[in-house]
Design a protein around this ligand. Structure first.
Ligand code: GLU
Length: 395
């Protein structure tokens, strides 16, 4: 795969994740906009026929369910939202099925929760399942499993789900379709300008992002930019564009200029600077269960020498966690410097902190892991707005 720093290289993108937002799919009344859906299906089918692998991440279930149930205002309570999702997801998929069938395109439904991607085995299962569909030329249509998802296991919004899906399948291109044709800034004179290429998503850029979702959806431009930044950092180029233009996907996939292009920070498909799959899983698919603080020597070992974290450098343990859980690592000044998967439980670590490896072997035998966190399970974040970075990952 050639580097995708230039937009025209998108013509070579083989695996494409397309996220379609609720506001693109659903009319003001809450009804599915079947004419719009038909155009998008036509567009997706064209990409598919070009031999590309397309994964669709589709919102619209809750909006559609609310309309069917006669609920006018988006409810606040989770059970009603879950009910709407259960009702609407069915109608959404029925609409897709009706539109894709005459085009002889097969589709499959994949419903995910954050939890599914957090556990290594389920993560790999989800990945294998989507890859199997692609291998068999079936178009996966992914949504969050809103009917059962509760706050702790939610992705948050479908922009986040789309970027996680792009990482999960190592997509060559992520397209976020929304109601505006890209990211726009307003200058001091109030002039609005669309940004064609956004090489770096900084806090300043995010401060220009407006729109906080709608009665039917949760994402706004800020959530699109944050998700785009994550995907770009993992080597996937992103285009944020208007989903109401006919042929928008074909244009983007031909390397044409529409919407806002966010080039990948790491060359596409290159694992030298992009996180490898395991670290990507550690960095983006986990909620931390606890934290530890470590001394100066251990900080040096992690940040400058690419070493694993040993019990001897651990000073304090906060929270309760089990072996395999994600924990955050702080220095003695209270700055978060890394995160990773702990080999020990919090209870074990409380006994082992500060001890040298020889002493631990004496206590627990040679089977005991030497490292609290092996470097393969460790990710170093930067102070960027969107979390862990490949650039400073230890390898
Ligand atoms: N998963 C939600 C739905 O299908 C949409 C969430 C979002 O708008 O980001 O309705």
């Amino acid at each position: 795969m050639p580097p995708m720093q230039e937009r025209n290289q998108l013509a070579h993108a083989k695996r494409v994740v397309v996220k379609i937002g609720s506001r693109v799919l659903v009319q003001r009344s809450g009804r599915l906009d079947l004419r719009r859906m038909a155009e998008l299906v036509k567009d997706v089918t064209t990409l598919h026929r070009q031999g590309r692998e397309v994964v669709v991440v589709s919102s619209g279930a809750i909006a559609c369910g609310l309309q069917i149930l006669g609920i006018r205002k988006r409810p606040e309570d989770l059970p009603t939202l879950q009910m709407a999702a259960a009702v609407g997801q069915l109608r959404l998929m029925a609409a897709y099925d009706k539109l894709f069938s005459p085009k002889k395109c097969r589709i499959g439904q994949v419903l995910l929760t954050h939890d599914d991607l957090e556990h290594r085995r389920r993560h790999l299962n989800a990945r294998n399942s989507i890859l199997k569909l692609l291998e068999n030329r079936v178009i996966p249509i992914v949504n969050e499993n809103d009917a059962v998802a509760v706050d702790e296991i939610k992705f948050g919004d479908n922009d986040a789900l789309a970027s996680r899906t792009a990482m999960l399948v190592q997509a060559d291109l992520l397209v976020l379709l929304t109601t505006v044709n890209g990211f726009r800034t307003t200058d001091a004179n109030g002039r609005v300008r669309k940004v064609n290429t956004l090489p770096c998503i900084t806090k300043d850029v995010l401060s220009h992002a407006t729109g906080k979702g709608s009665p039917f959806s949760t994402g706004g431009m800020a959530s699109k930019l944050t998700s785009a930044a994550e995907a770009a950092r993992m080597g996937t180029p992103v285009v944020i564009a208007g989903g109401r233009q006919n042929g928008v996907l074909q244009k983007i996939a031909a390397g044409g200029h529409t919407g806002t292009y966010i080039p990948p920070l790491a060359p596409t498909g290159c694992s030298k600077t992009a996180l490898n799959h395991r670290r990507r899983w550690v960095a983006f698919f986990h909620h931390a269960q606890g934290s530890i603080s470590i001394d100066e020597g251990a900080c040096q070992a992690l940040l400058c020498k690419g070493k694993s974290l040993l019990p001897v450098g651990v000073r304090e343990i906060i929270g309760t966690f089990s072996p395999g859980d994600l924990i955050e690592i702080f220095n003695l000044e209270g700055q978060r410097i890394a995160q990773g998967l702990s080999s020990y439980s919090s209870a074990e670590l409380r006994l082992l902190k500060g001890l040298k490896t020889a002493k631990i072997r004496e206590l627990l035998g040679t089977e005991a892991p030497d490292e609290v966190i092996h470097r393969d399970n460790l990710v170093i974040p930067t102070d960027s707005p969107t979390g862990p970075s490949a650039a400073t990952t230890i390898s």
